[in-house]
Structure formats: C-alpha cells, structure tokens
Design a protein around this ligand. Sequence first.
Ligand SMILES: Nc1ncnc2c1ncn2[C@@H]1O[C@H](COP(=O)(O)OP(=O)(O)OP(=O)(O)O)[C@@H](O)[C@H]1O
Ligand SMILES: [Mg+2]
Length: 275
Amino acid sequence: MTLLERAGGPLVDGTELAVAAAGDGATKRDAILLSGVGRVFRRGSTRVVALDGIDLSVRRGEIVSLLGASGCGKSTLLGILAGLDQPTSGTATVHGRTGLMFQESALFPWLTVRGNIETALRLRGVARRDRRGLAEELLASVHLHGFGNRRPHELSGGMRQRAALARALAQDADVLLMDEPFAALDAITREVLHAELERQWGERDLTAVFVTHDVREAVRLGDRVVLLSSRPGRVAAEFVVDIERPRRMEDHAVNELAAVITSRLHAEVQRHARD
Ligand SMILES: Nc1ncnc2c1ncn2[C@@H]1O[C@H](COP(=O)(O)OP(=O)(O)OP(=O)(O)O)[C@@H](O)[C@H]1O
Ligand SMILES: [Mg+2]
C-alpha cells in the first residue's frame, strides 16, 4: 500500500479534480466555481499578477484548505470570493451568503460581543425582537454564554475568535471564508476552535475555504487541500484528505499526508525562488 493510499487517498495534481467536478449538476452541487480567475494589480507602471488562471470548484458542504507561500494570492482570492474585489479576468461564482473571518477578529471594539452579533443579525434583516434571543443562542453555541456584555478587549484571543465565528454564523453564512483565523492562537485554543468549527460545519451544512500556513492544520480541517503556486498564483496541486473525522493534528495519518504536502510546498517555494 502506498503512503498516499494509506494516509490520505489519491494525490491529484493540477486541476484534474476541478475538471472532474464540473460534470453534470456541477452548478447545483458547487458552492464556488472559479473559472480562469486572474487578478492583476496596477500601480503606476508596475503590474503585479497576483492570480492567474485559477480553476477551482468547491462542493457544497466541502471544506477546502488553501496553502501557499506568502504573497501567492490567497487573501486576494478570498477577497474575490467575498465580493470585496473583482477578478480582472475569468469568472468567480459563489452560491449562497458568505461570512468572513480573519486572523484578527475585526469585531467592533466599541460594541459588546452581543452588540457585534446583533449588528450582523440586523444587517441580515432579523427583526429587533428576535435579535437578542438569536444572539444568545449563537453565543452559547460557541461556548461564550454569559460573555455577551463584555467588550472585545476584555476577552482572550481565543474567545475573540469564537465571538468572530459567532458573528460570521450570525450572517447566516452558507460559505465561510477564513483567512488564517486561528494563526495567532495557542495550540490548545486552536484545537478547541477546530472542533468548534467542525461541529458548526456538521450542523449547518457549511462550505468553507480555509487559508492557513500550517500544513497540518490544513489537513486536520480540509476535505481537500489546494496548493497555490507563487506569482502568478495558480493551482499547483490538490490533495484529497481521505482521513476519517474527527481528526487531531497529532494523528499519524494527518502527519503523513502533511509531510507529503510540505515537501510539495517546499518544491513550489524553491521553484519560485529560482524564477
Ligand atoms: N491592493 C493591492 N494593491 C497592489 N498589490 C496588491 C494588493 N493586494 C495584494 N497585492 C499583491 O498581490 C500579491 C498577493 O497578495 P495576497 O495578500 O493575496 O497574498 P497572500 O497569499 O494572502 O500572502 P500572505 O500569506 O502573506 O497573507 C502580493 O504580491 C501583493 O503584494
Ligand atoms: Mg494573506
């Protein structure tokens, strides 16, 4: 049995998976469909090709982890998926409501935690009389019951990220776009939030694109790991994570697949350094 068969299912390079998923019914099943997406930034006479020819589909209910060297265009891609930015070529289609989470919680500091969540509910059009109860439910679901009256600065980093997750869920997001959301947390808090995210994902039929620099985290959470190459950002490789959930970062199978992906990531970074 090969390492990959045992640890993480087939290894698929390039865009083979995206092509395979684009068959019959793809538009119904896909939460995200990117076709030839490019993004060029221009400032004066300089031109940065951040993304070039990205073909990627994400099925409803799938968690896709996105890995790649710093500056390869991961945040740019999330910005496009969130509708905050437009591709300069190609098309990006997202079915459903998106919710964003960043490394910094980006909660409004002048509002309480409950106020932050109620604001998201208000923007979603939830009637005032229903907001308090829903906010309390969401707080309880991320184990922040009783912390609604606190301001963000009164919480720990992990609690703030939980509040940010509750706020993203308050937006009734179908598609969670997460940009290194747990990168600043200690290992144990991060484990707790992985489990929390996985639970919410299971209960709410969420689709997620999860950007991280941590290969083991990418494998721990993803149904698939997509590796972007650098300048221009392209899909360099995809890995199916065929490892039973629940998983832990320490699991042997997680580490085995992470090692394979890490060597591929290194090759990608070195290739870029030589160019
Ligand atoms: N608004 C902008 N104007 C000009 N260039 C930009 C802009 N946003 C991003 N870029 C450039 O696009 C490229 C991709 O940036 P991006 O932030 O998407 O990378 P990243 O993969 O998220 O990196 P990191 O892992 O460090 O967060 C970089 O070269 C960056 O300098
Ligand atoms: Mg980034």
